[in-house]
Design a binder for this molecule. Structure first.
Ligand code: ATP
Length: 313
């Protein structure tokens, strides 16, 4: 990998006594787009805020283009942009006034501001809204404006906290294209998301967080191929929850990493049609009311379920 644009080394972040990020290390070079996933409370937002130098860290270090984010905030500020999950925008200004204000904060000339604002209003489908007051925008529009605000200074390192959450389906497709284009321009990007379905299409890397730790981190291919081609995750839905399902399933030969969560049962087993038939027959003979039975195709969702990552609370 080339020279990292962003480097986190053994970062710990506390909120009082709570250890929200626990010894997290990662490196991103230009052209790397990391999808950060994990359950609520895993520490994704805290990691992004610490990476942007907005939150003091208890130990470790964060470097952007070699500069320490806490020792050299001015240099880092020029090269790093963060869109928080709840962006702070100036509601009383129009969209255009807001972006001009931000552009002035970054020392952009009038000409640079006009050119860049035009570009981002076009790219983020806000042209019709240029004279609208920010407070009158919908949630998805505010999110797009927040991304425009982040990209206005043309940062090398871009951190986006759940940017697609409020976007409509067409907006998500366009947004994916935008991320892919930023990636191809050589920026280092982290996107936190709960929408796993399309992350594998545009991310180069995936990081799975749980309880403040980066449980798995690697290229999309490495994460997806984790179980090897011969095994896969089976997903079974029961018509109703069965109190002793776990005990009955202890007799399911050939299945490992069995988990029962209400009506959802998952386990790993050989990826083979005959094996699948035998497993289904066995489940029925154990008296379980199977309403769905599926061997999941290898993918991010399968890898995430397979990792057994649990809710923090
Ligand atoms: P989500 O997917 O819900 O956005 P997350 O992965 O971004 O979650 P964080 O917001 O980073 O998780 O929270 C990590 C932990 O830190 C959680 O236990 C949370 O309750 C705690 N936490 C977050 N912000 C604060 C705060 N300001 N003060 C105290 N604890 C906090």
């Amino acid at each position: 990998m080339g020279e990292p644009l962003l480097k986190l080394e053994d970062v710990r972040v506390h909120y009082g006594r709570l250890l929200a990020v626990d010894g997290l290390s990662l490196e991103l070079a230009g052209g790397h787009l990391l999808g950060l996933i994990g359950p609520n409370g895993a520490g994704k937002t805290t990691t992004l805020r610490a990476a942007a130098g907005l939150l003091p860290i208890s130990s470790g270090s964060v470097r952007v283009l070699g500069w320490d984010v806490f020792d050299a905030p001015t240099q880092v500020g020029r090269h790093l942009g963060l869109t928080p999950d709840t962006p702070a925008l100036y509601g009383g200004l129009t969209v255009e006034q807001h972006l001009h204000f931000i552009g002035r904060c970054y020392g952009l000339s009038q000409g640079q501001r006009e050119e860049r604002i035009e570009h981002w209003l076009e790219t983020l489908w806000l042209k019709d809204k240029r004279t609208a007051k920010v407070q009158t925008l919908s949630r998805g529009m505010k999110q797009r404006l927040a991304v425009a605000r982040t990209l206005l200074s043309d940062p090398h390192v871009v951190l986006l906290d759940e940017p697609a959450a409020g976007l409509d389906p067409a907006g998500r497709v366009q947004f994916r294209r935008l991320l892919a284009s930023l990636r191809d321009q050589g920026k280092a990007i982290i996107v936190s998301s709960h929408i796993l379905a399309d992350l594998a299409d545009y991310c180069t890397h995936i990081g799975m967080m749980e309880r403040g730790r980066l449980r798995q981190c690697g290229t999309v291919a490495e994460i997806v191929a984790g179980s090897g081609p011969e095994h896969c995750l089976y997903r079974v839905v029961l018509a109703r929850a069965i109190g002793d399902a776990g005990a009955r399933l202890a007799h399911l030969d050939g299945a490992t990493r069995l988990r029962v969560d209400g009506t959802l049962v998952t386990f790993e087993a050989e990826r083979d049609a005959e094996v699948a038939t035998a497993l289904l027959q066995r489940l029925i003979s154990l008296g379980l009311p199977v309403s769905e039975f599926r061997a999941l195709e290898p993918g991010l969702e399968e890898a995430y379920l397979r990792s057994g990552i649990e809710q923090v609370d």
